[in-house]
Design a protein around this ligand. Structure first.
Ligand SMILES: Nc1nc2c(ncn2[C@@H]2O[C@H](COP(=O)(O)OP(=O)(O)OP(=O)(O)O)[C@@H](O)[C@H]2O)c(=O)[nH]1
Ligand SMILES: [Mg+2]
Length: 314
């Protein structure tokens, strides 16, 4: 990155920001220098993940949260990960409307991002996208993901705090345990509490949390909302702030960030080594060694050994 680009991002030029994010998304070869130069300017942002089953109201909640954030004179970046998932009904349209509403507001940046397989994984991409948005000066960065697969677990690795959203009447409790959402939640939101079964869901959830919680661990609070009217959103926003403070006080935030830092270093080295290893020559050798069905007769360990030895011997 040249200094003009860095300055553009730092002066909150959303067009330059979008360009940078597209480069990251498209796996353009971005030099490490790019991120090294960004690094001094990314520390002030808080990164929040919002996940949950399809259609529970994640986007609607984010929509309500944006004005709350703005009313505290703070700025926000929103990244909707895979809004075009086949499971979602009209979310993309919803996201479009949202985008238009804040279109010319410099304190709101909204962007969607695919969740397909990226080299180095979605977590890496989400972290890098988070970095450039942070460098533009946003106070809060929100990642919205549908909690049905691997994506939310990757995104959790890129955030400080994770909110899991549920709704009554869908047997979410069971789904939640299956999907391992229990372990990743810092805060639970029960949305659509205008519908039947909200109390029952809250009670089941509390009981589950109780049985899951380890001594001295910070039990995730549960809060009710109705995103379609905005009810409870103000309290939810405050709860996020309070919970972050508590996580900070207990050193949880710091250790999360340190772990993330360490993970990223590990990932970068893995990436670099893999790229180096799979030169066109090595790919050719793999092709050659596995050209015919007969090659299945050789142990994969044997072929791997040969490739590794060739690599080590230059
Ligand atoms: N009754 C009721 N409907 C709601 C509430 N919140 C959201 N909805 C509706 O639920 C539908 C889904 O809302 P979204 O905000 O798109 O949900 P989402 O979780 O972002 O959905 P995906 O991104 O597709 O997983 C929309 O039709 C909303 O209008 C609520 O509190 N009560
Ligand atoms: Mg959505």
């Amino acid at each position: 990155m040249d200094s003009t680009m860095l300055n553009s991002i730092r002066s909150n030029n959303h067009r330059e920001l979008s360009r940078a994010i597209s480069d990251i998304e498209n796996d353009q070869d971005i030099s490490p220098d790019y991120f090294i130069q960004l690094h001094p300017y990314i520390q002030q942002s808080v990164r929040i993940g919002i996940t949950g089953p399809p259609g529970v109201g994640k986007s609607s909640l984010v929509d309500c949260l944006i004005p709350e954030i703005l009313s505290q004179a703070k700025s926000v970046g929103v990244v909707a990960v895979d809004p075009s998932s086949p499971f979602s009904g009209g979310a993309l349209l919803g996201d479009r409307i949202r985008m238009n509403r804040f279109y010319d507001n410099n304190d709101v940046y909204i962007r969607s991002m695919g969740s397909h397989q990226y080299l180095g994984g979605l977590a890496k991409k989400a972290q890098e996208v988070g970095d450039v948005i942070a460098a533009s000066g946003k106070d809060i960065i929100i990642f919205e993901t549908v909690g049905i697969g691997q994506a939310e677990h990757d995104v959790v690795k890129a955030v400080d705090l994770t909110v899991v959203v549920l709704m009554p009447g869908t047997g979410d409790e069971i789904q939640l345990m299956k999907a391992g959402l229990m372990e990743i939640a810092d805060i639970f939101v029960i949305n659509k509490t205008d519908k039947k079964g909200a109390n029952r869901l809250a009670q089941t959830l509390q009981a589950l949390l109780h049985s899951f919680s380890k001594p001295d661990s910070l039990e995730p609070p549960v809060i009710n909302t109705i995103a379609s009217t905005g009810e409870g959103v103000f309290d939810w926003y405050n709860l996020i702030g309070d919970h972050l403070k508590e996580m900070d006080k207990r050193g949880i935030l710091e250790s999360k960030r340190l772990e993330r830092h360490r993970d990223r270093i590990r990932g970068l080295i893995q990436d670099r080594l893999l790229r180096k290893f799979w030169s066109s020559h090595q790919l050719e050798q793999l092709e050659k060694a596995t050209q015919s069905v007969e090659s299945i007769q050789s142990s994969p360990y044997e072929i791997a050994e040969e490739l590794l030895t060739a690599f080590e011997n230059g």
